[in-house]
Design a binder for this molecule. Structure first.
Ligand code: HEC
Ligand code: HEC
Length: 194
């Protein structure tokens, strides 16, 4: 009796997980929602390509700085786990909040970059390519569409893009517009635009 119940609970849990993963790949609920999803991607993509986001999602192991993708000073590297190497560990300089003053280290809780084994590259990715990458759990850090949405809604490193400290341009698309577009993109089936 007990065992059957456990099995049922397990089955429901794994179906829910499978559904969450499948959601993005499914055709999407209806053609209007699918069209909204594809259209919403332009707004999402514009934000993901902003320097405040690309600088921590570079094509290599080295974070970028400023508005023109300069290489981070002091030979800082991801260190493989994204937290930096030894004395150059990110929290040595990056605190929970921006340090006041131009060219001072920006800050937010758990400041780090994606680890080498899940690089989450935004730099240089075309619109269609990045949509496919983000919808694919094997390339997005194994997140379901719902988890992705939660991340862009509330992750401190994402929110920092709208409060980047002195001398840095914030992301120009309002955060709530970005979240609404991301939600449309997810709910219509994470469409890759034509
Ligand atoms: C030795 C101190 C130091 C260490 C260690 C360090 N940083 Fe920085 N970082 C800075 C300073 C200073 C700036 C500001 C540079 C400027 O604005 O000209 C900066 C800026 C940045 C920016 C640019 C933000 C933007 O959009 O302009 C990113 C991204 C960044 N750091 C990521 C990291 C990551 C990830 C690590 C760890 C792997 C790290 N940093 C380790 C000092 C450091
Ligand atoms: C300080 C570095 C940093 C900055 C700045 C940053 N991110 Fe990230 N981002 C990460 C890390 C690290 C992860 C991996 C998840 C984790 O470890 O928290 C991540 C994960 C993500 C993910 C989910 C995984 C995926 O497939 O991409 C999204 C979406 C994302 N970031 C969007 C953004 C957006 C949008 C901005 C700009 C508004 C931004 N990030 C700025 C470090 C950063």
């Amino acid at each position: 009796m007990r065992r059957t119940l456990d099995r049922r609970v397990l089955l429901v849990a794994s179906l829910a997980a499978a559904f969450a993963l499948a959601q993005c790949r499914a055709a999407g609920p209806d053609p209007a929602a699918q069209a909204r999803s594809a259209a919403a991607w332009a707004t999402v993509y514009e934000v993901l390509q902003h320097p405040r986001c690309v600088n921590c999602h570079p094509a290599g192991d080295v974070p970028l700085v400023g508005e023109h993708r300069e290489v981070h000073p002091q030979n800082v590297q991801s260190g493989g786990n994204g937290m930096g190497l030894f004395a150059m560990a990110c929290p040595t300089c990056h605190r929970d909040e921006n340090t006041p003053g131009r060219h001072m280290p920006p800050g937010a809780p758990r400041w780090h970059m994606p680890p080498r084994n899940t690089p989450l590259v935004f730099e240089g990715r075309g619109a269609r390519e990045l949509a496919r990458q983000l919808a694919d759990p094997s390339q997005n850090g194994n997140l379901s569409p719902q988890q992705l949405l939660e991340h862009v809604k509330s992750d401190p490193l994402v929110l920092w893009g709208w409060n980047p400290g002195e001398g840095r341009a914030p992301v120009p698309v309002p955060h709530r517009t970005f979240v609404a577009a991301f939600q449309d993109w997810v709910e219509g089936g994470c469409r890759v635009p034509e």
